[in-house]
Design a protein around this ligand. Structure first.
Ligand SMILES: NC(=O)C1=CN([C@@H]2O[C@H](COP(=O)(O)OP(=O)(O)OC[C@H]3O[C@@H](n4cnc5c(N)ncnc54)[C@H](OP(=O)(O)O)[C@@H]3O)[C@@H](O)[C@H]2O)C=CC1
Ligand SMILES: O=C(O)[C@@H]1CCC=N1
Length: 271
C-alpha cells in the first residue's frame, strides 16, 4: 500500500511543516511529491535542494500512496475535483482543512479512504497536537500509515465521530492564537503596571513559554500547577480573584470556542 508516493497538495505553513516533519523522520525526498502552483520562495528553494518533485498542477502520471490536502478551506471545493486522478484503490486521502467534511471530500473524490484531521501551528516545531477521524473505507493499514504521516508534527488523537473535529479545531487548531493573544494582554498589562514595553513583552513571552514547557514535561494537571504558584493570601491569589471572578473568563472562552466551532460549520459550506 505504501508503494505510491506521499503527495502533498498545498505547501504553505501547515503543509510545509508536515513535509519538513516527513523529511526529518527519514522519508526519502523521492517519495514525496508537492503540488502547489506557486510555493513561497523558501519552500521552492527547499524542494529544489531536497530534490523533491514539484508539480505546479496535478500530475497525470502519479497514483498516491497518501494524498495530503493542505489548502485553505475556501479552496477545497475548487481543488478537490482535480485530485481524483491521483487516487488509486490503495490511496488514503488526508485533509487538514478546517470545516470541510468527509462527506464533501467523498462527493468530490469518490467513495475512497478518507482521514479528516486537525493539526495546529506548533506543528512547525514538531510540538503540535493533531486529532483525526477516519471513514469506514480506511483500512487498519491505511490508518496506521496516516498516523505515521501525521505524528511527525506531534501526538495524534483519533476521535470516533466527525463532529468532534470541529470542536478540536476550535480548541487546539485555533488555540495557539488564544495563547499568543494572552501574551499580548499580559505584556500590555505589564506595561500599564510600569514596565518598559519591550521588557514587558520579553517577560510575558518567557512566562507563557516556560509555563507551557512545565505542562509539556509533566503529566500534572494544569490546576495543580496553578495551585502551586498561588501562595495563600499572596499576589497570585489577588490576581486570580480578578481573573476567576464570576467565571467570566470561562464564559468568554466558552463563547470563543463556540464561535470557532460555528465558523468551522460555516466553512464546510464552501465545499
Ligand atoms: N494555519 C494554521 O494554524 C492551521 C491551518 N489548518 C488548515 O490547514 C490548511 C492550510 O492552512 P495554511 O497552511 O495556514 O495555509 P497556507 O495559505 O499557508 O497554505 C496553503 C497553500 O496552498 C497553496 N495553494 C493554493 N491553491 C492551490 C492549488 N490549487 N493547489 C495546490 N496548492 C494550492 C497556497 O499557495 P498560495 O499561497 O500561492 O495561494 C499555499 O501555499 C487550511 O485548510 C487550514 O484550515 C489547520 C490547522 C492549523
Ligand atoms: O483559523 C483557521 O481557520 C485555521 C484552522 C485552525 C487554525 N487556523
Amino acid at each position: 500500500m505504501t508503494s505510491g508516493p506521499v503527495v502533498l497538495v498545498g505547501a504553505g505553513n501547515m503543509g510545509g511543516a508536515m513535509m519538513r516533519g516527513w523529511l526529518a523522520s527519514g522519508t526519502e525526498p523521492g517519495a514525496i511529491i508537492v503540488v502547489d502552483p506557486s510555493p513561497a520562495p523558501a519552500m521552492a528553494e527547499l524542494l529544489k535542494s531536497e530534490g523533491i518533485r514539484h508539480c505546479p498542477a496535478v500530475p497525470g502520471d502519479v497514483t498516491a500512496g497518501a494524498l495530503i490536502v493542505a489548502v485553505k478551506p475556501q479552496m477545497m471545493g475548487s481543488v478537490l475535483p482535480g485530485l481524483k486522478p491521483l487516487i488509486g484503490p490503495d490511496t488514503v486521502c488526508i485533509s487538514i482543512a478546517a470545516g470541510t467534511t468527509i462527506g464533501t471530500m467523498a462527493r468530490h473524490l469518490g467513495d475512497v479512504a478518507i482521514v479528516r484531521s486537525m493539526p495546529n501551528m506548533a506543528a512547525m516545531i514538531g510540538r503540535g497536537i493533531t486529532a483525526a477521524v477516519a471513514n469506514d473505507r480506511v483500512s487498519d493499514e491505511q490508518r496506521s500509515f496516516a498516523n505515521e504521516l501525521l505524528m511527525v508534527t506531534g501526538p495524534v488523537e483519533w476521535v470516533e465521530t466527525e463532529d468532534q473535529i470541529d470542536a478540536v479545531t476550535a480548541l487546539s487548531g485555533s488555540g495557539p492564537a488564544y495563547v499568543f493573544f494572552l501574551v499580548e494582554c499580559m505584556a500590555e498589562a505589564g506595561r500599564k503596571a510600569g514596565l518598559e514595553d519591550a521588557m514587558a513583552m520579553r517577560l510575558a513571552r518567557a512566562t507563557v513559554s516556560g509555563a507551557g514547557e512545565l505542562l509539556h514535561q509533566s503529566a500534572d494537571h494544569a490546576a495543580a500547577f496553578r495551585k502551586s504558584v498561588t501562595s495563600p493570601g499572596g499576589t497570585t491569589a489577588a490576581a486570580l480573584d480578578v481573573l476567576m471572578r464570576d467565571d467570566a473568563l470561562q464564559a468568554l472562552f466558552d463563547e470563543a470556542i463556540a464561535a470557532a466551532k460555528k465558523r468551522a460549520h460555516e466553512l464546510a459550506e464552501h465545499g
